[in-house]
Design a protein. Structure first.
Lengths: 448, 522, 123
């Protein structure tokens, strides 16, 4: 078996030096009834690469890749072009097969890119510090609410009706366990909710998303001030980080914690994972932040180097008093993010952002003329909401049969809410061509 | 009082291996590499974009952002930068990486190739189900492998990592108890040798942690567990094989006792590599167990992540598995995403979208490559390799518990007593010898722990070189050459780093230098 | 009068206000102290319960109140410069001062000789 180097001769020699008669004898502590005599039944025996590739390629072929058809899905995961060099760097064995950098002398590669990553995230979000990544945007959001509780000692959190429903549900799942009072504001397709009146002295934080699930973009300065007036924190979630190249970041609007999904940069769609959660906050809250942190220091020769730091917040030291139980970060996904963003740079990132917005504006222009289609948004970044004259889910399925992936029907998230049944979330990134847009417009015309 | 505090500021210990000074500070293949922010060429970019189709802005009331502050680099500069950074890392691809409980086995590249097929990598989680049947089928197939290997009837696929899986298991237990009207059960039994995520997770779920002290033989005593059982116990969290690398021989008895007392058995599956394919956790009385795909099933550690931590569940806990999950009906595969569409009682949702699909593809490729026979052989070789290391080093190092061990061998620092060399110093000397050190100072139940897990993908030659090196270093320490260890490592791009300074005055990002002109202006 | 706890805290009574810190032995065990959290004035503390936190790079420890009482002052100096705990743990590196609920509680604790013996026996 190609991954197992030991020969029978090796095993005999090794057993002799151990003084055991067989490999099975080494399992003597396993209760007899649990020791299986042979390979587990119901599973195939080993296969070569060729066969594995054949079988899994067949499964892959049953899926419609986004790049093979006109594609307009967003809703928290976005299709962007990742430059070819990113993957080549990622696949270097020293990055791919290394572990968490607990021995910093032999991990300066990992530690330096994490330091660069943390800086990039702080710059993008307009905040003071960022951690070395978390599992994804949704779990980062949940962690932010827990952190707001640690800081304010309050247990009420208000979650916006424009916040991604997965973020709402993950936050609720994590926070209600600890007895928090999670207030879910009603779903807000028009971007007109007002949460200020609900903020009181029991509120730990308000969580909003910008742009919202429905694509609305807002200035959150007033909301931030209202939170602070009552001693509450403002948590802002960003599901499309490319938007941060064009619209003011939450940090500039007064946010206390920013959480984001970093998938858009460096990481493909991957059917929902692995993704990369971004987490950023103000300097004064650093010790309450969950997740790994990379810090700058010097070595014995006085040279600048990097180490994991402030580890005493984490589970392996604080155990039951940890700020979180998180152990893994999203290492390789964070590296992909860092490399892609390094390639983009200031000009490329702001340019990409403008291009995304321009594509969405262009698309909106083409859809405006389609009968039965109404654009809900006044403003947006690269995603907006359509109100269709028919059930959006049926329209999407019909267009899928015509080889167009038209967007995400809101009913996919809220199946029991009749008021959103005709709403469709449509995104246009730099990967969408004019021909794709024309195909969507034509398809909608036919189907509606 | 935590007694594992140890030196975190390097001494200025001179090294005999003083290299010649170079003009650049580089040493041939290893470069002094600045931060990207220090290489900024304003206006330069590594990506060419098409022209804007329109310059119209529709940002509502918002004005466009002035600037972000990112540095500009071209593609050749970026490629060179990250290539140079990679050369400062060790990986499984470069050397033996015997980190106990991490299972640093070879990461097959066919897994990478298959995960990148457009049919897996370029599909959106919210595409209509008819367009992603292959993806749903893959998740279902991986679930089948996990259930069959473990003997468990159900599996929750969405947790993103091991600790996340622990959270999943404990939340399922919590829900199961509440459903029976037993929400008052708030106490969780956790051995003192457990990984920190265990008590952290229990606390995170609103439980109180009741530690079980370690026995002299490194195992959990049935009597100690029974003494702690009561009507307020929610569950026990056991790692098996445990963090000392030993199989808990009384695990079934413990499981039965906990069940009889109305509690559940959560098993931390971090050490599953010792028994995969030859022992089924279901036969040990497990109610929930997370599996680290990035440990047992070879998905790459990637410098710290991403992981994937599916949780196998018993009949009693299965109804509470979180959303979403895949079901297989006559019309094909379907993803259950809403509470209202199932009679089951999911405790909630743990993650955005569906789970770590990229890791599922890799793990399934790995499982199919090995097959039932290969997996059985893998766990056997993993245990054999660890026992070989234990047997070969027991005379020069001190192993607190007698063999045989499972897939990892535990030593303590008794053999270094009086040498002036600590476990940390020993580890740093291993680095100069070309190895990544083993896990150090864990588990906490022995002093100055060395936890060595070679895994099954190490050849005998590799193990012999490792064992020879460890013997040499142990003898060198005992011979009184402490200076060698205290100066180590000397050949690495950086020598020991000042972790105290990093923690006292944290610098967590690069900051642009203050402008040269007077700040008193205005 | 000075007394010691099994958790390596010292408590020195002067008048009716006592000063609390950790011992020389404790700071050696911890390693370089990087962070200290001291309680604020007015906080009620209970004997044997957490009153402050001291962290080194690799370890975090609770500092327990040796006796019950009310905190009169937290030592801002160690919060600003945690290395003070390593340099002068039984002097300038004190953690907090408190007014005792019951002076007699001090009698339950070890005196200097007993603590010395305790430390030797432990290690």
């Amino acid at each position: 078996m190609r991954y197992l180097p030991l020969t029978e001769a090796d095993r005999r020699e090794m057993l002799a030096s151990i003084g055991a008669p067989s490999v099975d004898a080494l399992f003597k502590d396993v209760p007899g009834h649990a020791r299986l005599p042979g390979p587990i039944e119901g599973l195939p025996m080993h296969m070569g690469e060729l066969q594995v590739e054949r079988e899994l390629s067949a499964l892959a072929a049953k899926n419609v890749p986004a790049g093979s058809v006109p594609f307009f899905l967003g809703a928290g995961a976005y299709r962007h072009h990742v430059p070819a060099s990113v993957d080549h760097m990622l696949l270097r064995g020293e990055f791919l097969t290394s572990y968490t950098p607990y021995q910093p002398e032999v991990s300066q590669g990992t530690l330096q890119y994490l330091f660069e990553f943390q800086t990039q995230v702080a710059l993008l979000t307009g905040m003071d510090v960022a951690n070395a990544s978390m599992y994804d945007g949704a779990t980062s959001c949940a962690e932010a609410v827990l952190m707001a509780n640690r800081i304010t000692r309050r247990t009420k959190a208000i979650l916006s009706g424009g916040l991604h429903p997965h973020y709402r549900d993950v936050t609720r799942t994590n926070a209600e366990v600890l007895g928090f009072d999670i207030r879910l504001a009603p779903v807000d397709p028009t971007g007109t909710e007002s949460l200020i009146a609900q903020i009181d002295e029991q509120t730990a934080c308000v969580v909003v998303q910008n742009p919202t699930l429905f694509g609305h973009v807002a200035d959150l300065t007033e909301l931030a001030a209202a939170c602070h007036a009552k001693g509450a924190l403002l948590v802002v979630a960003v599901t499309e980080v490319v938007s941060l190249g064009l619209i003011d970041p939450p940090g500039a609007m007064g946010a206390d914690i920013v959480v984001a999904e970093g998938q858009s940069i460096g990481n493909g769609l991957n059917f929902g994972g692995p993704y990369v959660g971004l987490f950023a906050t103000r300097e004064k809250f650093v010790r309450q932040m969950p997740g790994r942190l990379c810090g700058q220091t010097v070595d014995a020769d006085g040279k600048r180097g990097f180490v994991l730091t402030l580890s005493t917040r984490e589970q392996h030291i604080r155990r039951e008093k940890a700020t979180s139980n998180i152990c893994t970060n999203s290492g390789l996904c964070a590296l992909a993010f860092t490399i892609h963003l390094s390639l983009l740079g200031e000009a490329g990132f702001t340019g990409l952002s403008r291009l995304n917005h321009a594509k969405a504006v262009q698309l909106a222009g083409k859809l405006k003329g389609v009968p039965g289609v109404e654009i809900v948004n006044g403003g947006f970044f690269n995603e907006f909401t359509l109100r269709l004259k028919k059930n959006a889910s049926e329209v999407v399925n019909e267009l899928a049969r015509r080889k167009i992936l038209a967007g995400v029907p809101v009913s996919r998230f809220y199946p029991e809410d009749a008021s959103v049944a005709n709403l469709l979330l449509v995104a246009a990134t730099e990967t969408v061509t004019e021909a794709d847009m024309d195909a969507l417009a034509a398809g909608l015309k036919e189907v509606l | 009082m935590n007694t594992q505090g140890r030196k975190t500021t390097p001494d200025a210990v001179a090294s005999d291996a003083s290299p010649i000074a170079t003009f650049t500070g580089n040493r041939a293949l290893v470069h002094e590499e600045a931060l990207i922010f220090e290489m900024d060429n304003p206006g330069v970019t590594g990506v060419d974009l098409e022209a804007l189709p329109t310059s119209e802005l529709r940002l509502g009331k918002l004005k466009p952002r002035a600037s972000v502050g990112l540095p500009g680099l071209s593609e050749p500069q970026v490629v060179r930068h990250y290539t140079r950074l990679s050369q400062k890392n060790l990986g499984i691809d470069t050397t033996l990486y015997p980190l106990g409980s991490c299972t640093m086995k070879h990461n097959p590249r066919i897994n990478e190739k298959l995960a990148r097929l457009p049919g897996f990598g370029d599909i959106h989680p919210m595409q209509p189900e008819s367009t992603v049947q292959g993806a749903l089928e893959l998740i279902d197939r991986l679930a089948y492998w996990l259930k069959t290997l473990t003997g468990m009837p159900a599996v929750a696929m969405s947790p993103a990592a091991g600790a996340h899986g622990e959270l999943c298991g404990l939340l399922a237990i919590r829900s199961a108890l509440a459903a029976k009207g037993e929400a008052h059960r708030k106490r969780v039994l956790v051995p003192e040798s457990a990984h920190g995520t265990n008590p952290a997770t229990a606390a995170f779920c609103g439980f109180t942690v009741d530690p079980i002290p370690a026995e002299d033989n490194g195992r959990v005593s049935v009597e100690a567990v029974k003494a702690k059982l009561g009507p307020d116990v929610a569950c026990i969290m056991l790692t098996n094989p445990n963090t000392c690398g030993l199989f808990e021989p009384h695990v079934k008895e413990i499981a039965d006792a906990v069940h009889a007392a109305g509690g559940y058995f959560y098993c931390d599956g971090a050490n599953y590599n010792a028994i995969v394919g030859r022992v089924r956790p279901a036969d040990l009385g497990v109610d929930a167990m997370h599996i680290n795909l990035h440990k047992t099933f070879s998905t790459p550690h990637g410098g710290g992540g991403p992981g994937s931590g599916p949780v196998v569940l018993s009949e009693a806990l299965a109804p509470y598995a979180p959303l979403p999950f895949v079901v297989h009906g006559k019309d094909g595969f379907h993803l259950v995403e809403h509470y209202g569409e199932t009679e089951l009682k999911p405790f909630g949702r743990l993650k955005g979208f569906h789970g770590q699909m990229g890791m599922f593809v890799r793990a399934l490729a790995y499982m199919m490559s090995h097959g039932a026979d290969g997996l059985r052989q893998a766990s056997g070789d993993a245990v054999l390799n660890a026992n070989y290391v234990l047997a070969q080093l027991s005379d020069v190092m001190t192993a607190p518990f007698g063999g045989p061990c499972m897939h990892e061998a535990l030593f303590d620092d008794s053999f270094l007593k009086g040498t002036g060399v600590t476990t940390l110093d020993f580890a740093k000397a291993m680095i100069d010898e070309g190895f990544h050190p083993m896990t150090m100072y864990f588990p906490l139940v022995v002093h100055g722990a060395f936890l060595v897990e070679p895994t099954e993908t190490e050849s005998k030659q590799s193990l012999d070189q490792f064992v020879g090196t460890m013997r040499h270093l142990a003898e060198k320490a005992k011979a009184g050459d402490a200076a060698h260890f205290l100066a180590a490592p000397v050949y690495t791009p950086r020598r020991r780093l000042d972790e105290t300074a990093a923690a006292r005055k944290p610098v967590l990002r690069w900051t642009p230098p203050a402008p040269a002109h007077s700040q008193a202006a205005e | 009068m000075i007394r010691f706890t099994k958790d390596h805290e010292w408590i020195k009574l002067e008048g009716d206000v006592a000063t609390v810190g950790i011992t020389q032995f404790a700071q050696g065990q911890l390693g370089d102290v990087v962070f200290v959290e001291v309680p604020e004035a007015g906080r009620a503390v209970e004997a044997g319960k957490e009153a402050a936190v001291v962290e080194s790079v690799k370890a975090a420890s609770e500092v327990y109140a040796p006796v019950s009482g009310t905190v009169t002052e937290g030592n801002q100096a160690v919060a600003d410069d945690p290395s003070l705990v390593n340099r002068d743990p039984e002097g300038e590196g004190w953690f907090f001062k408190l007014k005792l609920a019951n002076t007699a509680d001090l009698d339950k604790l070890m005196d200097e000789a007993a603590y010395k013996a305790f430390v030797e026996e432990q290690h």
